[in-house]
Write a protein that binds this ligand. Sequence first.
Ligand code: NDP
Length: 480
Amino acid sequence: MEKILNYIDGAFEAPCSDQYLDNYDPSIGKVYSLIPDSDERDVNKAVDAATRAFPAWSTLPAQERSNILQKLADLIDRDLDKLALAESVDNGKPVSLARRLDIPRASANIRFFATAILHTSTETHITDAEAINYTTHAPIGVAGCISPWNLPLYLFSWKIAPALAAGCTVVGKPSELTPMTAFLFSKLCVEAGLPKGVLNIVHGLGAKAGQAIAEHPGVAAISFTGGTVTGKKIAATAAPMFKKLSLELGGKNPNIIFADCDFENAVATSIQSSFANQGEICLCGSRIFVERPLYEKFVEAFVKKTKALVLGDPLLNETNLGALVSAAHKQKVMSYIQTAKQEGGKILTGGNAVNPTGRCAEGYFIEPTIITGLNEHCRTNQEEIFGPVVTIMPFDTEAEAIALANSTPYGLSATLWTENLKRAHRVSAAVKSGILWVNCWLFRDLRTPFGGMKQSGVGREGGWHALKFFLEVKNICIKL
Ligand code: NDP
């Protein structure tokens, strides 16, 4: 069985413990590879390597860093099919989605930051005729980058690309549930000529390997994407050490549909924003609010389109929804469906775990599920489910829609459907989310700030925000 290895100081290494964890293919419910069960000894080696590599990498001319990173992006494009297949097998997502979204975004992330560093500028402040101030931005040191399982290479690259481009060296930890594409990526780093120690990838459990990264005094900054509970733990560890922290956490995003919307577009895109990647995207709109005059018509069309979605083998091109990432996650999502029923929710479609016939009979599949009849305060509408489950609720006024949208502790993203431009501006300003999409969803421009309010996170990624996170700012004042 294939053994994944850590990538430390430019070499592939077994974990110090010599212990491995099972890695499952969730579409068949079977172990198909082994993951290093790394601990703080592996993290120490990785931080040492990153520390040694830092002086040379951080002072390499931007063009040379850019050339290596662009080569890496080209290699991802070259291996698109191989990486997409690996992502699908590891995560359970449809291979067509991995080919269309995950892997192209990974190379786009790297290319974006690799070229951004060629176009930086800095500020100068002239203080009357007395002094001149100029500001420098220097890479902060060794960065810890910890990423989740839902968009494995997409989110891993979204973190390490700005860090490496900025001149930091990195110790990264992908989710233990989906380590494969990060492993394949580490092989591409060698091929691209990334100097040893610049990127180190330690595989293993979050509570062990991840926690060791957060705790290590040699790691100056932590960029984390994952659940809010884990984010709190990392903040509790890293904040007293005065580490720089970027936290991209969970969401419970509203999808607000006004009666004057472009109906066909709103329905079709809401299918995507509800069920893409089995609903395992932090930006999915899991609470749909529909203005009452449109409510019945929307529900009817939405249920009809949901029933037409194809659930099953992720390797088939016609599949719309694949498997959930793990047996434990499947159980968690099913328990929320149970909770919704206990709370008085009505299941309009779905609600069941499924065992497709053939190859995927033991996989972790759940039907796309639509629930009505719940209020905004119940657990189903307050807690992140992170699966193919949405609720629909009617509203009567714009003020009510805003109050419903803002009624959770989260504030990551929101989607808004209206043809009324003034209303679009008003509601966008009032909804407490870091990202607002009007008449679209997941339409991304990598230059824009990305991140959440309230319990959805601290800080912003994207564009200069991401690069600046990995840079230390210094002002130099020269008296004239
Ligand atoms: P987790 O918080 O469970 O894990 C995220 C990462 O942190 C994993 O690599 C995990 O390792 C690691 N980890 C776990 N415990 C610790 C610890 N104590 N110290 C350091 N690292 C640790 O999230 P999931 O992987 O379950 O991802 C789903 C969550 O991510 C959802 O809540 C989702 O909303 C959120 N998310 C947010 C996004 C955003 O941009 N705001 C984007 C995508 C997802 P391991 O898996 O090995 O335990």
